[in-house]
Design a protein around this ligand. Structure first.
Ligand SMILES: Nc1ncnc2c1ncn2[C@@H]1O[C@H](COP(=O)(O)OP(=O)(O)O)[C@@H](O)[C@H]1O
Ligand SMILES: [Mg+2]
Length: 254
């Protein structure tokens, strides 16, 4: 990806630290993300991956350092504000409303209302039509759009979460272990969706334990070890052995 050298970073994490009591969950981390780039965040359990993305998404505030997005600091924004700015995060638990249909899930927190006899009610038809379009845009067809999403497969649920980000024109999509709970064919579909989004210029931060997935879809990898940066590489310039060594804190050339 030569966009990496041509453009200014979309997101710039600058010397960010975060402690929970005595735990240094993030220690002086700096990281840039460029438009259309897939960046993998790797590291063992407890390395600080989720803490870092939660500081981007507004769930946690850094103790020190800055997070700059499109030239402005977002270090003290709420999760809602960060989403409105175009940074969507899909957590491991997905945060879909299981009892509601796909349409409402695409609009969750941003529901479209209409007036009936002067009273505001959910405009389910509008949201369903928009959802059909959003899914179709990603090459996904669901037979029954009225079904509560809890009856859908893991891959379909993941696709809905991704469609939501696309529908609201996210510039950055952050995914925490998107393929962890999926079967192999569904993992394939999610990886294809990631590639699709990338080709549309969306930057993606992708947390995974699965090095195969990382090597398949990422342009760059950033490795954390006990809250510290253990290494950063272009995928083309590294291999699984080196990444594992970084995860164990055995590569000290940063
Ligand atoms: N809300 C929290 N309160 C206290 N400790 C936390 C909290 N969130 C994370 N931690 C601690 O911070 C460290 C990093 O956690 P986390 O970012 O979840 O790692 P990862 O996602 O890489 O597994 C761990 O030691 C974890 O126990
Ligand atoms: Mg985590």
């Amino acid at each position: 990806m030569n966009s990496t050298v041509e453009n200014a970073p979309l997101l710039s994490i600058q010397d960010v630290s975060k402690r929970f009591g005595g735990t240094h969950a993030s220690s002086n981390l700096s990281l840039d993300l460029y438009p259309g780039e897939v960046l993998a965040l790797a590291g063992d359990n407890g390395a600080g991956k989720s803490t870092l993305i939660k500081m981007i998404s507004g769930v946690h505030q850094p103790d020190s350092g800055e997070i700059i997005y499109q030239g402005q600091t977002i270090s003290h924004r709420t999760p809602h504000e960060v989403r409105e700015l175009g940074i969507e995060t899909i957590y491991q638990d997905l945060a879909l409303a299981d009892n509601l249909d796909v349409g409402i899930n695409i609009f969750l927190g941003r529901e479209r209302m209409k007036r009936v006899l002067g009273l505001p009610v959910l405009d389910r038809k509008f949201m369903r039509q928009e959802a059909i379009g959003a899914l179709r845009h990603l090459g996904i067809e669901l037979n029954d759009m009225t079904m509560p999403v809890r009856y859908l497969s893991g891959g379909q649920r993941q696709a809905i979460a991704i469609s939501r980000a696309v529908y609201w024109k996210a510039k950055i999509l952050i995914m925490d272990e998107p393929t962890a709970a999926l079967g192999v064919p569904e993992q394939r579909e999610v990886k294809d969706l990631i590639k699709r989004l990338q080709s549309e210029g969306v930057a993606i931060i992708f947390i995974s334990h699965n090095l195969n997935d990382i090597f398949e879809v990422s342009d760059r990898i950033f490795v954390l070890e006990r809250g510290r940066k253990a290494g950063e590489r272009l995928i083309a310039d590294t291999n699984e052995d080196e990444v594992v060594a970084m995860m164990m804190g055995r590569v000290l050339d940063n």
